[in-house]
Ligand binder design. Sequence first.
Ligand code: PHE
Length: 340
Amino acid sequence: MKEQLEQLQMEALEEIKQASTQKSLNDVRIKYLGKKGPMTEVLRGMGKLSAEERPVIGELANTVRTSIQTTLDARIEEVKAIELEEKLKAETLDVTLPGRTSAPGHSHLLQQIIDEMEDLFVGLGYTIAEGPEVETDLYNFEMLNLPKDHPARDMQDSFYITEETLLRTHTSPVQARTMLEANGKPIRIICPGKVYRRDEDDATHSHQFMQIEGLVVDESISMADLKGTLEVFVKQLFGEAREIRLRPSFFPFTEPSVEVDISCFKCGGKGCNVCKGTGWIEILGGGMVHPHVLEMAGYDSSKVSGFAFGIGVERMAMLKHGVDDIRHFYTNDLRFIEQF
Ligand code: PHE
């Protein structure tokens, strides 16, 4: 029996040495120390031994068992370490690779123009107003003196959603909304925002673009106030040397109405390709708020008056930076965007 045990120990230790994975080591454990293994077998035969032999063999059996157990445990630790080492090797990071940098972004050119305008007008005592992009026919047209079937609606081909709702064709509905909310009180607001028209997209037209609306309502507001305000704005955006010129025009919600030109910033008025030889560039529409529009919004047009204007943001940006195609603003080509 003694030889049997010693033989077992030898075989087990040898197998442990050969095993190189945690799984095969576990198999060795089950094979030698498991309930159905040879150790159990040997111990079961102890009953047949003499009283002197029994403790001797018992002690030897324990030693063999412990020796297998500890060798096994030690080897498992070794194998674990080797396996970890291999795993780490397989997953090595090349720390010499250059890192990925994320450059800080900046506002889009159109937003920069809006920010600049907001700063200027807030400095003049205006507040910033907002309105919905999905607008009702009432605010987009009727409250602005454009009743149903008015021919001037043709100037603003529209995206209708239902008979009575559409994507706003200009920021002017915010005029009507602000006046109703102000409840007869004076107003100084600008409202930047997106507007939509059913245009064929080309270099100067887009079905979606941006406007900045301005509205002032108070006692004794005159055309001179409109002109003075626009002069300040034009000099801010295009430089001190710019002059403005008002030409008669028509909008149903202003009377009189004007188109506003600035003296060409490229040639200074002599005539060039930017101003198409005229020395002047058209930049916005405006006028004195139509008395009927004031009345519809609850003002007494014999006591108060107002002016309003609408600036095309893309047009400002194109003029200021010599951008030749409006579509550059929306296609997100970084080569374009990063120039501003
Ligand atoms: N809403 C007009 C347009 O989009 C511009 C405008 C605004 C004209 C305010 C007069 C007063 O064409």
